[in-house]
Design a protein around this ligand. Structure first.
Ligand code: 13P
Length: 247
């Protein structure tokens, strides 16, 4: 199963559902649809309406983040995995570099993953090195650290997807070379296999994915799908990525 996940970030109002309607229509007619799943993470404000609307349709709705506590608390503006589950979210991103930059620590991320899984949300755990770390050949070390400091062997690995998003690639148009990316994804899978003793962990790539470069990425078998930012805000661009992946 491949994944095409659209992360809307700070984008969208109720009527932006039109974008998803077009993607849903494309999916319903696509002969390859059994091979992949479409997930979109709109902002918190839209999760409930979109989840209800797509309940019996083809698009899964997720959250871009969740708070590191279960149930309710007195933390202003925080939204727990329990609350997300009850408005229909099926997935949540955890550890996006935007949130790490704002102060998410490994300890916080571990609790986010733990409570998300407890509330039956599937977790898309994001990791990635910055430009300096890449230049200093620290990529493997950083990624391994990000994974092993957060993911525990007793977590349900069937409900965890890892998204590799090099920070220097997000929103820049820059992408890793095919060789680098393949090596990195295989290394990530090796680390995950060591933790979970699971045969085939799911690892996605994210960072400036578009309808053109997806043709390069599709040659890398180890990549199980994509986490798409900018291009997910346009139905045409998002559909082009899927079309060109299977062309
Ligand atoms: P872009 O596709 O805009 O580079 O964003 C990637 C991303 O951060 C998705 O989470």
């Amino acid at each position: 199963m491949k994944y095409f996940i659209g992360n809307w970030k700070m984008f969208g109002v109720p009527k932006s559902i039109n974008i998803l309607n077009k993607i849903n229509y494309f999916y319903s007619k696509d002969k390859n649809r059994k091979k992949y799943r479409v997930i979109v993470t709109p902002p918190y404000t839209l999760i409930e309406t979109y989840s209800k609307y797509f309940k019996k349709k083809n698009i899964f709705i997720g959250s871009q983040n969740c708070y590191q506590k279960d149930l309710f608390s007195s933390d202003t503006a925080a939204v727990s995995p329990y609350m997300l589950k009850r408005v229909g979210a099926k997935y949540t991103l955890v550890g996006h570099s935007d949130n790490r930059k704002e102060g998410d620590t490994n300890e916080m991320l571990k609790d986010k993953v733990k409570y998300a899984l407890k509330n039956n949300l599937k977790v898309v755990f994001c990791i990635g090195e910055n430009e300096k770390e890449k230049k200093n050949n620290k990529t493997s070390f950083i990624l391994k650290n990000q994974i092993t400091k957060v993911l525990e062997k007793n977590f349900n690995s069937n409900n965890i997807i890892v998204a590799y998003e090099p920070i220097w690639s997000i929103g820049t148009g820059k992408i890793p070379t095919k060789l680098d990316l393949e090596k990195t994804v295989l290394k990530i899978k090796k680390v995950l296999k060591e933790i979970f003793k699971k045969k085939s962990p799911t690892v996605l790539y994210g960072g400036s994915v578009d309808g053109k470069n997806v043709k390069i990425f599709k040659e890398i078998n180890a990549i199980d799908g994509f986490l798409i930012g900018g291009a997910s805000k346009s139905s045409k661009k998002f559909i082009d990525i899927i079309k060109n992946y299977y062309r």
